[in-house]
Ligand binder design. Structure first.
Ligand code: PLP
Length: 383
């Protein structure tokens, strides 16, 4: 069966070789410590599971959900955005419930660009921005995120010609893979450029709540003028350790949110209402869980950062998300990861997988238990 052209156009899967090596070692009985995946090891809060169990017995909850998200969920999102992120969004029209940020991002691109349109994306970056653009027939221009600009975009380095053709600018703060957070100037400049050249700014904020409440990363929707040109994607996958539940939202400019909603109506039927109800309650009551979770990630981050520094890798300091982005002294990221896997049985992600500007870096994910991370550190020290 020949795949459709849009599928053929997708880039090859870069980690196939490493995945094969991981599987082979596992089949041979090796004890692999996997620090390559962005899926939390910790359980969802017990109270959240109870809310879901309670919701399952609500009459009519098992019917089709509402496309836009149920009113309780959209209201909880609006309250959460204003309380935590200093952003005012109307639950009726400026918030759309999603079956996860990933699906939402793809739907958003499909809903807003035409063939040949330009999408400006970060490199290194989360692969779905590019994949969605290819599926929609668009073209990408990748801008580098490097330590020279503290992993903020250098907008001036993007040619004016690209800005003139741009339909979408993707930002992702807190960032995967680097964990950098946005400066206010980054968002202000993006909004100014979007006004000047008439494109949409998107901030993918999937990790914004994996952070201490005393030091919450900035939401683009807290910046004046953002709602004229921007939307932001949010996810509860990492906030509540519920990647498998599939729930998130986008919020911001009413017209853009509306377009995503129109596309979604043709593709999916909304997140399960019981999950929306449980999460609406969780968002109102589970602040303590987030504080505890962040503390655990910080302990893990400190430990691994110390070891990587001893190994001669430079690590970006951050208080957000659960990735550690480390610069190799020399060599290719895939060689480093293959060596680490084969000799220490520790899996990490080569930076090249996030785009050409990720080469020379490695991403470690803090999503193994603190004991396992401790053991990975010991193995790396020996190596
Ligand atoms: N955005 C970024 C930057 C991510 O890294 C991920 C998941 O790894 C997502 C979005 C996906 O979030 P969700 O689980 O809500 O689809």
């Amino acid at each position: 069966m020949k795949p459709a052209k849009r599928l053929q156009n997708l880039p090859p899967y870069l980690f196939a070789e490493l995945d094969r090596a991981k599987k082979k070692l596992r089949d041979e009985g090796a004890d692999i410590i996997d620090l390559s995946i962005g899926d939390p090891d910790m359980e969802p809060p017990a109270q959240l599971k109870q809310y879901l169990a309670d919701a399952l017995n609500t009459p009519e909850i098992h019917r089709y959900p509402s496309y836009a998200g149920c009113p309780e969920f959209r209201k909880a999102v609006s309250d959460w955005m204003s309380k935590r992120h200093d952003a005012n969004v109307d639950p009726d029209g400026e918030v759309l419930g999603l079956i996860g940020a990933k699906e939402g991002i793809v739907h958003f691109v499909m809903a807003t660009i035409n063939e040949g349109d330009m999408v400006v994306t970060p490199s290194p970056g989360y692969p779905p921005y590019i994949h969605a653009t290819i599926l929609a027939g668009g073209k990408t221009h990748e801008f580098p995120l490097t330590p020279d600009t503290d992993f903020q975009p250098d907008f001036d380095a993007v040619p004016a010609d690209v800005w003139k053709k741009a339909k979408i600018l993707f930002l992702n703060y807190p960032n995967n893979p680097t964990s950098a957070t946005a400066t206010r100037e980054t968002f202000e400049k993006a909004i100014e450029l979007a006004r000047k050249y008439d494109f949409i700014v998107v901030n993918d904020a999937a990790y914004i709540d994996v952070a201490s409440p005393d030091d919450l990363p900035l939401s683009i929707l807290a910046v004046p003028g953002a709602k004229d040109v921007a939307i932001e994607f949010h996810s509860l996958s990492k906030t509540f350790n519920i990647c498998g539940w599939r729930i998130g939202w986008c919020a911001g400019n009413k017209d853009i949110v509306g377009l995503v909603g129109r596309f979604k109506e043709s593709v999916d039927s909304g997140a399960f209402t019981a999950i929306q109800h449980a999460c609406a309650k969780g968002m109102a009551t589970l602040e303590d869980h987030i504080v505890g979770m962040q503390g655990i990630y910080m302990t893990r981050r400190e430990a691994i950062t110390k070891q990587l520094s001893l190994m001669g890798l430079q690590v970006l300091r951050s208080n957000a998300g659960f990735y550690v982005w480390a610069k190799l002294p020399s060599g290719k990221s895939t060689d480093f990861c293959t060596n680490l896997l084969e000799k220490a049985h520790v899996a990490a992600t080569p930076g090249l997988g996030f785009g050409k500007h990720g080469e020379g870096y490695v991403r470690f994910s803090l999503t193994a238990s603190t004991e396992r991370i401790g053991e990975a550190i010991e193995r790396m020290a020996k190596l």
